[in-house]
Design a protein. Structure first.
Ligand SMILES: Cc1cc2nc3c(=O)[nH]c(=O)nc-3n(C[C@H](O)[C@H](O)[C@H](O)COP(=O)(O)O)c2cc1C
Length: 188
């Protein structure tokens, strides 16, 4: 069986981002048959339909094609004001345009991290709504909310909390099975 190519998107640009650390953790604990490459969304310009009318900007086009090639997408995001950080929503808005948008039938897994107690519980349901529009195949469970994230990673970006490691590991195993299940469904 070939390796599953997973693209990671992080909904925070901060160097010290807990969500980025959680994304890195996911890459480290994934089953052996999966690999993670984190795609950068920092340089994607603000969405402008007039620009789109002339064609996708290169930064958005690169992201679209990277996602198209991937076997799955892992989105790990901060929660801003109970919802999706603008920088991530902006990238998703570019990616979502035109009938050939690459999230259609794409397996997706979601996590969130926050210093707050709920771990970004609310952003995940807004994100699911957006991905529903794009016809993405979003893994439902196990959900991963990393609350009190500021206490769960050390200065070397390593996760020090066994419970968090287990939740992330379990989700990645479920994601591998989900991708294979979506493939079988597509083959029907
Ligand atoms: C504009 C803004 C809005 C925020 N809103 C929320 C929120 O609704 N819920 C929450 O748990 N944390 C919220 N926070 C705190 C973030 O969870 C915190 O900054 C976190 O560290 C961001 O993720 P990161 O560590 O990956 O950058 C907010 C932070 C900012 C800057």
């Amino acid at each position: 069986m070939s390796t599953l190519d997973i693209v990671g998107l992080c909904g925070s640009l901060r160097v010290g981002s807990y969500n980025r650390m959680a994304l890195e953790l996911a890459g480290a604990v994934m089953p052996a048959g999966m690999t993670l490459e984190i795609a950068e969304i920092r340089t994607v310009p603000p969405f402008d339909a007039d620009v789109l009318a002339r064609g996708f900007p290169p930064e958005a086009q690169v992201l679209r094609e990277r996602i198209r090639r991937a076997d799955g997408v892992l989105i790990v995001t901060a929660e801003y004001n109970f919802s999706i950080p603008g920088v991530l929503k902006n990238a998703l808005d570019w990616i979502s345009r035109h009938a050939d948008q690459p999230f259609a039938m794409k397996p997706v897994a979601i996590m969130s991290a926050s210093p707050g107690p709920l771990g970004g519980a609310r952003v995940q349901y807004d994100l699911r709504k957006v991905l529903l529009f794009m016809n993405a195949m979003v893994l439902q469970k196990p959900e991963v909310f990393i609350g009190s994230a500021n206490t769960k990673f050390d200065t070397n970006r390593q996760c020090t909390d066994e419970g968090t490691r287990k939740f992330v590991t379990d989700q990645m195993s479920a994601f591998e099975r989900w991708i294979q299940g979506v493939r079988r469904m597509g083959a029907l």
